[in-house]
Write a protein that binds this ligand. Sequence first.
Ligand code: FO1
Length: 312
Amino acid sequence: MIVALAGGVGGSKLVEGLAHLVSPPEDLVVVVNTADDEEFYGLYVSPDLDTVMYTLAGIVNRDSGWGVEDDTFEALGMLGRYGEETWFRLGDKDLATHILRTRELRQGKSLTEVTAGLTRRLGVRARILPMSDDPVRTIVQTPEGEVAFQEYFVKRRASDPVVGVRFEGIDRARPTPQVLSALREAEMIVVCPSNPIVSIGPILSLPGFREALREAQAVKVAVSPLAAGRAFKGPTVEMMQGLGYEASSFGVISLYCDFLHVALIDESDAELTPRIQELGIRVVVRSIAMRTLEEKVALAKAVLEVASLGRG
Ligand code: FO1
């Protein structure tokens, strides 16, 4: 069994590659960040869960990497006519997901149960697990004050300098029993190339999660989200710099050094190999770009091959 820790768009690409290789499909378990979740118009929206779910269902919008393909925005247009804010682009098809999720949460189901139901109904056989059933919200600290994650990321286009990040509710939140048992049973745990601060950060910050990772018998591999000091997408570099971390594959991997066995970094970062090895982590150098399905599957294959190297 393979457990992947993932955020949104970057993580989903590797998860898509893994889904092409892991058999039976149920042996792929994706533990997903829920600290980006937000309520819009009274609906519970879980962007990273949806990005992973739509990607594995083969219905994700390929241009943006999030939302449903060929979606329309009629409902959003009408909300705008009522004078509501419409900066978070919820499509008509996407709204169906949020309506059902909200209804089922109100009926008393956990986010884990609701996600399992939605995923099954979309024909996805990999298991998608929210990191927690407890509310955690990323708050971004800027020189002008604190903003909720989606407001920073979407409304303000990640343009504010980031001076701090905190995860509201994290002290009271717990990883779910399903997540903890997946970590225990996994043969391999993969940290996807997602933002280490706001996508993987909340998962690792859940009380007990890092300990569970360290105790897990699995081979633990991380794929860097950076190549030559640049992110494929999103504000990873700016965030890391703002928080005082080295914005490089070395900086990312050092955040995982207490549990990691192997780091997969891009060819353009090959010169970082000795510094990462000094952390006690094995290094595999590959092209980590995932523009096409072939590249996603090739990178996933490289990740699975690492398992055969063992803990090293
Ligand atoms: N990202 C954007 O940049 N702009 C949007 O309007 C937007 C809407 C949206 C709606 C549903 C959904 O599931 C995701 C959406 N995202 C949007 C993506 C999301 O904000 C981010 O990719 C993640 O939160 C970061 O991982």
